[in-house]
Design a protein around this ligand. Sequence first.
Ligand SMILES: [Zn+2]
Length: 280
Amino acid sequence: MKLAVVIGPVGSPSMPVYVRRLKAQLGYGGTLIVTTRGRTIAAAGPRSTAEMTRALRAEQVGRIRDPVARLVRAADVAAPPPTDLEAAGRTSALVLILIAVLGGAWAAAIGIGARGRRTRRDITEARGRARVYADALRAHTMILARRPDLPADARRHVEHALGVYAEAISSLPEMRSTTEITAFGPRLRGALDEVAAATAAVTGDPVPGDVFAGLCGIDPAHGAAATAPGEAGPRALCDACLDALASGDPPVPRMLFEDGAAVSFDAARYGPELRPEQGS
Ligand SMILES: [Zn+2]
């Protein structure tokens, strides 16, 4: 049995239709009970919906004010007779009181089903990629900010970039969908491009084609590279990574997860919002 407090019959004409669709989409064989803060309650399960609805009405479950208490009572009323359920199953069902926030995102919110697990994984992975870009933004910005010949007009680029970095660090952990994280990509990328252009204006060098160029190849968060790729191993290394290598502790590149598999940060698919030069 699964229980959920939902905001309403999102995308469906009524709660009974909503709960039947939800049950079908979850591929769940047991009894599924949902309620809203507005006291509507609906159930779908092995017993017929009409039978369960009659039982719920007879017990006046809809009058219980607290949505969680209402669900617990509904679970007792709408569930098949106890002989059909193992005691352990009944107990765990009552623990499974969760809040579904959005119609489309319910699987992630309810936390059951392969789709929900995949959604959560996708969000974690997207957040990890954006975090690498935020770290690269901070590193490039600090390299520019520490230049002794930093012109006055470059300071506002530094300030703007650090503002975007701070926004990324504070908002990324709170983002709850890949859409939200992807939508933040152009802000990160725009700040990186702004810093790259400001750096090129100071150095006179062309803007590098790779966003990670000039940074430590083990982790862009380390900051400026002290070696070029090939000088001390295949990757560019910062001073700290050079020291680690010298002390017999070869540094390992920062890894990201992609479809559940680990890849080095520079081999990940960042998408056109973050890495247009990658072409994907
Ligand atoms: Zn390093």
